[in-house]
Design a protein around this ligand. Structure first.
Ligand SMILES: [Zn+2]
Length: 294
């Protein structure tokens, strides 16, 4: 129980740092200096008003100096990170796998909020994520049986679960996910002469692949368009992402169009969310699917 509380508090702190990243990285600002300030009146925020979750609640979501509303994204990102950290421990125990899962949660939550707010998936997160995933790959794996299956099917090698298979699985999954999206991007571009998914999405599925492995990545590729479509048709209000800032990162963001396929709905949000769902429930989804159709 003490462990859970400590993890929750750590999650809040990491979520707080994530908020700084979400606010600053897409705008190309430093995440170390200056210290936290109110984006409205630019007054520096003293430490007692900068405590994750609590300060927002005590201040009732308003700046102490100027009274401007503080985005609900701040407490939301903090709470979400804390809950996910606890969920990682509850699902995977005190293992390398839990650490890897927590790291993926941190990166995915950051990218989800950045894409929702600005339509950008910064390389600072996606490329770093790919490198970290590969560094962690040989320590633990969620399920590397996808790559083992492919190796056997092609009569290449019979690898038993272990660091060698896990690392290979991470590389294969990253390449497969990114390759799949790149192909989709190219086909859409050929057909419509504009970009359907952004290059940031390709980097994000590469990162998810490197973390989750081939078997779970296949699920993400199925689940994310379903989530995005449900959202596009089920959402009662017309979604318009606030994307006034820093839109130079990717060509796709300069395409102004209200159609769903040209990213009126930021696809990275659904890619990130379905990766998180799959990380926690992927095995259950697979066995459910195999019982239905297997
Ligand atoms: Zn203020």
């Amino acid at each position: 129980m003490l462990y859970i509380c400590a993890l929750f508090v750590a999650g809040l702190a990491f979520g707080s740092f994530l908020n700084v990243c979400i606010s600053r990285i897409p705008r190309d600002l430093s995440i170390v200096s200056p210290r936290s300030f109110c984006p409205h009146c630019e007054a520096p925020i003293p430490w007692r008003d900068n405590i994750p979750l609590l300060s927002w609640l005590l201040l009732k979501g308003h700046c102490r100096q100027c009274g401007a509303a503080i985005s609900r994204r701040y407490p939301a990102a903090e709470l979400l990170t804390a809950v996910l950290f606890v969920a990682c421990y509850a699902s995977f125990g005190p293992t390398w796998l839990a650490l890897k899962a927590g790291l993926f949660c941190f990166l995915a939550v950051g990218l989800i909020f950045m894409d929702a707010e600005t339509g950008l998936l910064p390389h600072e997160f996606t490329y770093t994520g790919i490198l970290l995933a590969l560094a962690f790959a040989s320590l633990a794996s969620f399920d590397a049986s996808g790559t083992a299956f492919v190796l056997r099917a092609f009569g290449l090698r019979d690898l038993s679960p272990g660091p060698e298979l896990w690392l290979l699985d991470a590389v294969v999954a990253a390449a497969f996910g990114a390759g799949f999206f790149y192909l989709a991007w190219a086909l859409y571009y050929l057909a419509r002469k504009r970009e359907g998914i952004g290059l940031g999405d390709i980097a994000l599925i590469g990162m998810a692949g490197a973390f989750l492995g081939l078997k779970l990545t296949v699920l993400v590729l199925f689940l994310s368009p379903i989530l995005a479509t449900l959202f596009a048709f089920g959402w009662p209000f017309r979604y318009s992402a606030p994307r006034q800032d820093a839109r130079v990162f990717e060509a796709s963001d300069s395409v102004a169009s209200s159609s769903f396929l040209s990213r009126a709905v930021p696809f990275g949000v659904f890619l990130g969310s379905s990766s998180l769902v799959v990380m926690f429930f992927g095995e259950k989804i697979w066995s459910w699917y195999l019982r239905l159709f297997g």
